[in-house]
Design a protein. Structure first.
Length: 151
């Protein structure tokens, strides 16, 4: 059997910063600490995030590189049966997820997450925001990732 070796897009290298296990802290009512794990899947061609956060749906997200090689697409699935597609950027420690068009569900509201990695790469401070029309954004809740040190 001939195996076809596909070259891994260079843009995936930037996502190494996410790899590992993280604690999650959110500021919505009744939130308790949660957990997220980022790992490579399918020969390192995709980034997988699995997360649990009490008071929020359990979710899985798969990140792929856009054909331009400059941005990403995140395919999101959760325990409510919700499936969404976010445009994602990650550069210079700034991470943004944006949902601004219908995908598997109608676009009842716009959503975005904007996070910033700490200098040491061990904390991502960010917040989710919502908008009815994409022009006026309202804070939804803060979401902080803290990387766990593993031997």
């Amino acid at each position: 059997m001939n195996m076809i070796r596909v070259r891994r897009p260079a843009a995936l290298k930037r996502l190494e910063a996410f790899i590992g296990e993280w604690t999650l802290e959110a500021t919505f009512s009744g939130a308790e600490p949660g957990r997220a794990v980022f790992e490579w899947m399918i020969d390192g061609q995709y980034l997988l995030e699995r997360s649990t956060l009490p008071g929020a749906p359990t979710s899985v997200a798969i990140v792929s590189v856009d054909p331009s090689g400059k941005s990403y697409t995140e395919h999101y699935f959760d325990s409510r049966g919700v499936a969404r597609v976010y445009r994602m950027t990650f550069a210079n420690g700034d991470w943004t997820l944006l949902r601004d068009s219908p995908d598997f569900t109608p676009l009842d509201f716009w959503q975005r997450y904007r996070g910033r990695f700490s200098r040491d790469g061990k904390v991502i401070n960010g917040a989710w925001e919502t908008s009815a029309d994409g022009s006026r954004w309202e804070h939804d809740f803060n979401l902080t990732y803290t990387k766990l040190d593993r031997p």
